[in-house]
Design a protein around this ligand. Structure first.
Ligand SMILES: [Zn+2]
Length: 209
């Protein structure tokens, strides 16, 4: 019974988390002033691990551009320095723009990749366009789960929902009891109060003995 309840609240939490991700994405205004920062070791490792082009040779990762750390969404753009390619006399760079969304923790990500920045189109990895309002505005929705953030967000949302339901129920019960008492009825069962200190219907103590 407890296990079933837990699963139920976690499902509610998962649904709320999915809604939160959508709101983060739909509300984000990506643009504005990019902030150029030194690339951290973790970002560099991420880039080297995920770059989808196998034949590029050694990669030097350039500085990171963080764009609009918005409420619940951010994008990090990492470029490689131009690398020589055997099939082409020129040099080309690889760019990856990683979008992450979720609140309170980022829990999904997706990446736009491209090489030969001037000639090739962006490749979408784990990103889809979704409508963000009824008038045709669109937003980029990341789809790949980041499990640590996902777990924290789902549990947090589930706890929040369970607590909210509990608080609302308690307030409603208190109001019902208050109204019954004012009408001269037992707060527990609404049976008319007689002379005895206990309700003759449900046994609730009606006044201090
Ligand atoms: Zn009663």
């Amino acid at each position: 019974m407890l296990g079933l309840r837990l699963v139920g609240w976690l499902m509610v939490g998962a649904a709320m988390n999915a809604g939160a991700v959508y709101l983060c994405v739909a509300g984000a205004v990506l643009g504005g002033d990019p902030q150029v920062r030194p690339t951290t070791a973790a970002q560099r490792a991420w880039f080297l691990e995920h770059v989808p082009y196998g034949d590029v040779g050694p990669i030097e990762v350039g500085p990171t551009t963080v764009r609009n750390v918005d409420f619940g969404m951010d994008s990090v753009r990492i470029s490689s320095l131009p690398v020589p390619r055997p099939d082409r006399p020129g040099r080309s760079a690889i760019e990856g723009v990683r979008y992450r969304a979720g609140w309170p923790l980022r829990c999904v990500d997706g990446v736009l990749w491209r090489r030969d920045a001037s000639t090739r189109r962006w490749e979408y990895r784990g990103l889809v366009w979704v409508p963000s309002n009824p008038w045709g505005r669109r937003a980029l929705l990341p789809l790949r789960p980041m499990w640590a953030g996902m777990a924290v967000n789902v549990v947090a949302a589930g706890v929040l929902a369970a607590t909210a339901v509990r608080v609302v129920t308690a307030i409603a019960q208190a109001m019902v009891r208050w109204v019954r008492r004012r009408r001269g009825r037992c707060p527990g069962c609404a049976y008319p109060i007689g002379a005895s200190a206990r309700c003759s219907e449900c046994g609730e103590a009606l006044r201090p003995a």
